[in-house]
Design a protein around this ligand. Structure first.
Ligand SMILES: [Zn+2]
Length: 470
């Protein structure tokens, strides 16, 4: 048995319908983790996975945690073959967003996996049951073809709270830091760059949400009697905003921009080509940081969005000067941004531009992460996936969106590689969530190839990679 047999064994699970049946069973579990969901279903899903992993030779345990009155369940399964061999930490989540049952087309049920041409519909197909199921099936194929061994050690963490912010995941990982010690973090979630291009991403952009607020007085005043005498907070706020991000999306505060974009990141992004699908909005070429390609703006720069604005009563405007105005804003940023001092940079900028009356309130933040695209683990993964798929793969230094990857990259200090099996049009978090059957089949094969190659990796050549610090 060899690499090809492992890939063929994984493809056979697709072709025989076995993979479909297995995913169908998992999709039928209504693991909604929001008010109105079933706490019992969350636990049952993990128990089912636990028995599956037990059969594959893993030692398993379930742990429930409560952090700030929010609960979560974790399944940890590990399979130690030889401490001299590499250890991989994998991750997935079995919880899903609400079904939105009445809104699916063709009367589909989100809880019944159904096929229409290349699409496999069901809640959790893309996010994330389908993705971790592909990885498990590929692991099984390698075990089958390598005399019941993998050639590496594996720790798998499954949680049931990702859709509500992964309560307790950080505390759980920190508490079990020794048990989760690994050489590589490997997981699957999120979309490929485009449906038919195998993709890896090495981290995610970070996020800071903040409000800008101007409060001039307690009451509105008639604009005829007072216009020209009283400061209009909406006018001041609009001007302050446009001094921060101009009308064409360019960031104008140096402290909110990345301090530098390493050459390896620029080189990786230069190879990327966004491929919008039918139904996607058209990309505005005259938007964002001048001089950057759209791919650079999404993966190698920061973006400041105004998410909502509030002043007066837009539903029923009256002839009055509103007493206050507020803007809800968000900065998506890459590694190398001084994100922990966003409030200071904004304060200084606003004061320098004559807006001391604009208050800044930073409400939420999560760091950016990014493994060096030039690192040995990335070159290894890229080579393996290209060999299996016969296609050039996309290496995204980071996802445009945000994942709790900092827990693995920064808190556990692991090199992180994500291999997504979904695509941008998958309708994740919306009605009609689906995977593409053609991508499922390809992903089964390339994950089997990747796991096979992991069993042969020479750890000496994979010098421990440090994550690029913030
Ligand atoms: Zn999700």
């Amino acid at each position: 048995m060899n690499r090809i047999s492992a890939i063929n064994a994984a493809l056979a699970q697709y072709d025989s319908g076995e993979f479909f049946q297995c995913l169908k069973e998992r999709i039928s579990k209504r693991t909604v983790n929001t008010p109105g969901g079933s706490p019992q279903a969350l636990l049952e899903y993990l128990q089912q996975m636990q028995s599956k992993l037990h059969d594959l030779g893993f030692s398993t345990r379930l742990e429930s945690v409560v952090v700030n009155d929010r609960s979560n369940h974790f399944l940890v399964a590990d399979r130690v073959e030889d401490v001299e061999r590499p250890t991989v930490l994998m991750y997935g989540h079995g919880d899903v967003v609400t079904g939105m049952d009445s809104q699916w087309s063709e009367d589909r049920s989100p809880w019944e996996l159904s096929i229409d041409e290349d699409r496999w519909y069901g809640r959790g197909t893309a996010d994330n049951k389908g993705q971790h199921s592909i990885n498990l099936a590929a692991l099984e194929a390698v075990l089958e073809c390598r005399n019941r061994v993998l050639g590496f050690n594996l720790i798998l963490v499954l949680e049931m709270g990702e859709e509500v912010g992964s309560p307790g995941l950080r505390e759980f990982c920190e508490k079990h830091r020794d048990a989760l010690k690994a050489d590589l973090f490997l997981a699957s979630d999120g979309p490929r760059l485009s449906a038919h291009q195998p993709t890896v991403f090495l981290g995610s952009r970070g996020i800071v949400n903040f409000k800008l607020r101007v409060t001039s007085r307690a009451l509105p005043y008639h604009s005829g009697n007072w216009g020209g005498l009283l400061r209009n907070p909406a006018t001041t706020l609009a001007a302050a905003l446009s001094s921060i991000v101009d009308g064409h999306g360019a960031l104008r505060v140096r402290g909110l921009c990345p301090q530098d974009v390493p050459e390896a990141v620029r080189d990786a992004v230069a190879l990327l080509q966004l491929a919008p699908e039918p139904g996607d909005p058209e990309i505005d070429l005259d938007w964002g940081e001048p001089g950057l390609r759209p791919e650079e703006r999404l993966f190698a720069w920061n973006a400041l969005e105004i998410l909502a604005l509030d002043a007066g009563n837009p539903a029923n405007p009256v002839n009055a000067i509103p007493p206050k105005a507020v803007a809800h804003c968000q900065l998506r940023f890459i590694v190398g941004t001084d994100w922990e001092n966003v409030a200071t940079h904004l304060r200084r900028h606003l004061d320098e531009h004559g807006f001391p009356m604009v208050e800044v309130e930073v409400s939420r933040g999560a760091p950016a992460t990014r493994l060096d695209p030039d690192s040995a683990w990335v070159r290894w993964a890229k080579g393996s996936i290209e060999k299996s798929s016969g296609k050039p793969i996309a290496v995204l230094p980071n996802l445009g969106g945000t994942l709790p990857n900092d827990i693995f990259a920064l808190a556990l200090g692991l090199p992180t590689i994500w291999v997504p099996h979904s695509y941008p049009g998958c309708a994740q978090h919306a009605p009609n969530e689906h995977l593409l059957g053609s991508v499922v089949r390809e992903a089964l094969g390339l994950m089997a190839g990747l796991f096979w190659d992991l069993g042969e990796v020479d750890l000496q050549q994979m010098n421990p990679e440090a994550v690029v610090p913030q």
